[in-house]
Design a protein around this ligand. Structure first.
Ligand SMILES: *Cc1c(COP(=O)(O)O)cnc(C)c1O
Length: 425
C-alpha cells in the first residue's frame, strides 16, 4: 500500500489556507487503502471491513469509507450516534465494546448493529436490554502468549478482553436458548503488527474455534471477525505490511478450514483502524519557539492534546521540515508542545535540518488514534481537521475547539455567567 507521503507544496498550500496546527487527511490515500484491502481479500466471497471509528471519528472520513463499501466498528453511545448520522444502518455497524452498559446494548440493538459480546455475563445484560439477535458475535481470549513460530505477537493472558474457551461454549448455548440462530467469532491478539503472518495465524485459530463451536451447538458459523491490529511503518526504514500476502494467507486458511470441507457462506470481517487511515494523515504545525539549555528544543504550536501517542506510548512519529529536507540532518533536537508536562515531546533526540522560527513542521502518520485520543490538559484546545480532496482542494471538516466548547460543561456553576459575559460573547 502506498505510504502516502506529503509533498512539500501540498503542505505549504494547506498551511496558506488554514492556520496551523491542523491534521490534514488525504482522501485519495484513504480510498486507495480501502481498495487495496478489498483487492487483497478478493478471494473471499463475503468480505467486509468495519472501520474502527475510535481511530478517526470524523464524519467526512466515515462517509468516504462508506462510499468505499466499509461499515463501522463502534464501542460507545456517541460512536453509535455518529455512525447513525453518517448513514450506517443495520449490518453496517459492528458493536465491539467491553465493560458495557445495558444502555449501550439497547442503542446498538435499536440501530441494528452486530453485537460482539466481550463477556459471558453480558449475555443476560443483552437479553434484558435490546434482546438477543438472530446473529451474535463472541469475543475470544485464548490466554497465555500469542505466538507465531517463536515470536511472541501479543499477550492475551494479560488482556481484559474477551472470554475463555469454556465461556465461549457456555455463552453460545445460553444464547441459543435465548433465540440466537447463528454466530460469529472475534479476537484481537496483536496490535500494530506489520508481520503478514498475523491475520492468517489468527484466522486459523478462529476458524478452528468456530468449527468446534458449531459442532457443540449445532449453530452455523456466520462470520469470523479478525478485528484490527494490522500495523503501519511509523519509521521510514520499516517495511509496509504486505497486504496482498495477508489476504492470500487468510484465503489459504479459509480453503483449508471451510471450502475444502464443503463448508460455505462464512463471511470474513475486519475492524481495522490504523491501517486504513494512519499513514493518510499528517499534523501540520509551525515552529514557534527555539530554546537552548541542556538540550536543544524546538517548540511547536501543537501539543500532546492534538496528538498524544508520543507522550502516552513514547511512539515514534516521523517529522519533516517542508522545503528543508534536502539539507543535512545535522542538529540533534527535542520537538515539544506547550503542556506543563515534560512528556509533551513529539520527538526526543531527533536529527533534523537547520530550522528557523516560523518554519512549517510536519508530523507524519497521524491519521489514526491522533486527534481522537486528544484531551484538554492545561486548558489547551484541540486543533482542526482538514481534508485534502482528491481534486486537490482543501476542506475544513472539523473546526478547532473554542473556549466556549471548553467551558460548556460549567453551565452548572456560577462562574458560567461571568465567563459568558466577559469571554464567550
Ligand atoms: C482499537 C480497536 C480496533 C482497531 O485497532 P487498530 O489497531 O487501529 O487496527 C479494532 N477493534 C477493536 C475491538 C478495537 O478495540
Amino acid at each position: 500500500m502506498p505510504n502516502f507521503s506529503l509533498r512539500d507544496e501540498v503542505a505549504f498550500e494547506a498551511a496558506q489556507k488554514f492556520e496551523t496546527p491542523f491534521h490534514l487527511y488525504s482522501e485519495r490515500g484513504i480510498r486507495r487503502t480501502a481498495r487495496a484491502l478489498r483487492d487483497a481479500f478478493g478471494e473471499i466471497e463475503d468480505f467486509r471491513e468495519y472501520f474502527a471509528v475510535k481511530a478517526l471519528p470524523t464524519p467526512a472520513i466515515l462517509r468516504i469509507l462508506r462510499e468505499e463499501g466499509c461499515g463501522v466498528d463502534c464501542a460507545s453511545v456517541t460512536e453509535l450516534m455518529l455512525a447513525d448520522a453518517c448513514g450506517f444502518r443495520d449490518g453496517d455497524i459492528m458493536f465491539s465494546a467491553n465493560d458495557v452498559t445495558g444502555e449501550e446494548f439497547a442503542l446498538a440493538r435499536r440501530l441494528g448493529a452486530y453485537i460482539n459480546l466481550d463477556d459471558i455475563t453480558h449475555v443476560d445484560t443483552l437479553a434484558k436490554h435490546g434482546g438477543v439477535p438472530e446473529t451474535v458475535c463472541l469475543r475470544y481470549n485464548p490466554g497465555g502468549a500469542f505466538r507465531i513460530g517463536n515470536a511472541i505477537m501479543g499477550d492475551p493472558g494479560d488482556a481484559k478482553y474477551g472470554m475463555t474457551r469454556e465461556q465461549l461454549s457456555q455463552a453460545l448455548l445460553r444464547l441459543r436458548d435465548l433465540g440466537a440462530a447463528r454466530f460469529g467469532v472475534h479476537a484481537f491478539l496483536s496490535s500494530n503488527t506489520t508481520d503478514p503472518a498475523y491475520y492468517p495465524a489468527l484466522a486459523r485459530l478462529l476458524f478452528q474455534t468456530g468449527r468446534e463451536l458449531t459442532g457443540e451447538s449445532g449453530m452455523p458459523l456466520a462470520f469470523v471477525n479478525l478485528s484490527g491490529g494490522i500495523g503501519i511503518p511509523y519509521r521510514p526504514d520499516q517495511p509496509e505490511t504486505d497486504i496482498r500476502a495477508v489476504g492470500e494467507g487468510v484465503a489459504r486458511e479459509y480453503r483449508r478450514a471451510f471450502t475444502d470441507n464443503g463448508i460455505r457462506g462464512v463471511a470474513i470481517k475486519t475492524e481495522l483502524g490504523r491501517y486504513m487511515t494512519g499513514p493518510n494523515g499528517w499534523l501540520v504545525t509551525h515552529i514557534i519557539n527555539e530554546k537552548r539549555i541542556h538540550k536543544h528544543y524546538l517548540g511547536l504550536d501543537a501539543s500532546a492534546c492534538d496528538l498524544m501517542r508520543p507522550a502516552m506510548y513514547g511512539a515514534y512519529h516521523h517529522i519533516t521540515i517542508p522545503g528543508k529536507e534536502h539539507l543535512p540532518h545535522d542538529r540533534l533536537v527535542d520537538v515539544t508542545g506547550s503542556l506543563c508536562e515534560n512528556n509533551d515531546k513529539f520527538a526526543v533526540d531527533r536529527m533534523l535540518p537547520q530550522t528557523a522560527i516560523g518554519d512549517l513542521l510536519v508530523i507524519h502518520d497521524t491519521g489514526a488514534h491522533g486527534l481522537s485520543m486528544g484531551y484538554n490538559y492545561n486548558g489547551k484546545l484541540r486543533c482542526k481537521e482538514v481534508l485534502w480532496r482528491e481534486d486537490g482542494g482543501f476542506e475544513l471538516i472539523r473546526r478547532a475547539e473554542t473556549p466556549r466548547d471548553y467551558f460548556a460543561t460549567l453551565d452548572v456553576d456560577p462562574a458560567w455567567e461571568a465567563l459568558q459575559a466577559r469571554w464567550l460573547k
